[in-house]
Design a protein around this ligand. Sequence first.
Ligand code: FE2
Ligand code: FE2
Ligand code: FE2
Length: 327
Amino acid sequence: MPAPSLPEQITKYLTDAHSIEEQALAQMERAPGMAGDPELGRIYAEHREETRDHERAVRDELHRRGAEPSTVKDVAGKVGGWGMVLFARLNPDTPGKLAVHAYSYEHMELAAYELLRRMAERDGDESVRALAQRIAAQERAMADRIAQRWDRAVDASLKEKDAADLGKEVVKYLRDAHAIEGQAVQLLEAGPKLAADFPELATVFEEHLGQTREHQRLVDERLEQLGSGPARFQAGALRVGALNLGAFFKLQPDTPIKLAGFAFAFEALETAAYEMLARTAERAGDTQTAELARRINGEERAAAEKVSGTWDAAVDAVARERVGAAS
Ligand SMILES: [Fe+2]
Ligand SMILES: [Fe+2]
Ligand SMILES: [Fe+2]
């Protein structure tokens, strides 16, 4: 089977974007009722309207290109569904989990549109370029709105759990952090092989793998100081088993470019988890854990920046391949 041309590849990415928006819409319809806080509820409701517009705009663009969006039902069975890979096992059912999930999901959307915009630029497709730019700006703004409200998310979560013992909550978040770092290690260990033709990303992964192992060790150490083990099979506060690695490894030829998108969203998930941990620890008077969480978070943010710094190279590699395939 010949490799698809660049316009065909763009159509495929629009189809992916459409399924991402359908999944986002399902979440944003439930989110206001689960927000646990009026301000968070308001921003979810606002973004629900934006998401409706995104779904419609991407669908219109697909029609313009003579393509049909696949329905969520179709996508659920395919490993190509972005959200199915990253969020398959994450069902947000508490205000804190919802905020963490939403923050990471917005970053996944942002990555998808940033990659799409770059592809459209390479292809001189102004219509898709402008669409991707417009939506990306709204996804970024939504992520920022959530980030301005971590305190509310923490308060709503603690209220809901009626957490008399804040120390226990800190331990739960630390256990989540431990589990998330474990997943990050798996992703980063596999990443360089998946991104073998994409040295820019492989290098970022290798660098962050060392940091990630150290994060996990530090979290482990802190849990021991608090008299608890990581309890790998015990539920934490977030219970984030976010990454469906099995589905991930089955991804097809455009893996490196998607990998660059997923890794960005995964770093955002880590950031969100540490934002919650730091604040919960502060409320518990556990400054040592709070400081640890903030320090690690700085490295997660830096890693996300570095991942997004590979996007131009990722899209150039794909564009080169497609042009080569077309000639
Ligand atoms: Fe969206
Ligand atoms: Fe969004
Ligand atoms: Fe990380």
